[in-house]
Write a protein that binds this ligand. Structure first.
Ligand SMILES: C[S@@+](CC[C@H](N)C(=O)[O-])C[C@H]1O[C@@H](n2cnc3c(N)ncnc32)[C@H](O)[C@@H]1O
Length: 271
């Protein structure tokens, strides 16, 4: 069954504003893997579960053609609004049924999205559309996010973890794949050439307000807001107060450093 947790227009616009750009460390690993098989300029990349296009746009300079696909019309509309490159297009469709020719794709990526896909039909579709030697790159950051600020990092991280814990009752069961570091996805990939790299740490500086905005783009948050609006607003308000108190500031524009831990799966279709 497909997931319909990303359909809201406001959610899509917040997504564009608050979600993170893909990790440079992860992008570098993907291109080293791709370079072992193809040479630049690369031909065609598909970004599955593209959301508002953060990862899709990152791929644009390296490929002749990039297609971002997502099941949510609202997300794709937002992606199209962002400043784009002429070689990038978007389409509303499922990752399990991508409207491209067989053996046409050099690289297929899924950034923070593959846990929502139905694994076997997705991997079958990947096998249909990848060229021989074509690469699959699936990655996500884990929910163990650290928030660093001066000597208060431990307490800041604890406040953040408590926020995420409050959202667990609203979590879709498929998020379990993410919590398991995509192990099932990795084991199901039928290609002999595959690797799974864990603990790729990416550090991003951002104002506290953006971090709080990011939490509200989680698909669990709108469900919490609908089920229990007062508690949901209170969660953000209280967390903001606690963060500001720890930081000794009253400004939400004060920057913190957020440490994300990524897992990346790379696999290549046999030649
Ligand atoms: C957490 S967002 C990630 C968006 C973006 N790739 C990023 O890095 O921020 C997950 C996206 O996957 C999409 N999605 C979920 N199931 C899908 C499916 N079966 N086929 C295509 N897209 C899907 C959702 O609509 C959503 O936009």
């Amino acid at each position: 069954m497909v997931i319909r947790e990303f359909e809201g227009k406001q959610q899509a616009s917040d997504y564009q504003k608050f979600r993170f750009e893909p990790s440079q460390e992860v992008i570098d690993l993907i291109f080293s893997y791709l370079e072992e098989r193809f040479s630049e300029p690369y031909g065609f990349a598909v970004d599955a579960g593209c959301g508002t296009g953060q990862n899709t746009r990152t791929l644009a300079p390296y490929f002749k053609k990039v297609l971002g696909i997502d099941i949510s019309e609202a997300q794709v509309e937002e992606a199209k609004k962002a400043t784009g490159s002429p070689n990038v297009t978007y389409s509303v469709c499922q990752a399990e049924e991508v409207p491209v020719d067989e053996a046409s794709v050099d690289l297929l990526t899924a950034s923070v999205a593959a846990h929502y896909f139905t694994i076997e039909p997705f991997l079958k579709e990947v096998d249909r559309i990848l060229k021989p030697g074509g690469c699959l790159a699936i990655f996500t950051f884990s929910l163990n996010i650290e928030v660093h600020y001066k000597d208060r990092s431990e307490q800041m991280t604890q406040v953040f973890a408590e926020m995420i814990d409050s959202l667990v009752p609203y979590e879709h069961e498929k998020v379990q794949h993410l919590r398991n570091g995509y192990m099932e996805m990795y084991e199901t990939i039928p290609y002999p050439n595959k690797r799974r790299i864990e603990n790729i740490v990416t550090k991003i500086r951002m104002p506290l307000s953006r971090l709080l905005g990011f939490v509200q783009t989680s698909p669990m948050f709108p469900i919490f807001l609908e089920t229990n609006p007062e508690e949901a607003k209170e969660l953000i308000r209280t967390a903001e107060e606690r963060f500001l108190r720890l930081m000794g500031t009253s400004s939400g524009e004060t920057e913190v450093e957020v440490w994300l831990q990524y897992v990346l799966i790379l696999a290549s279709k046999p030649q």
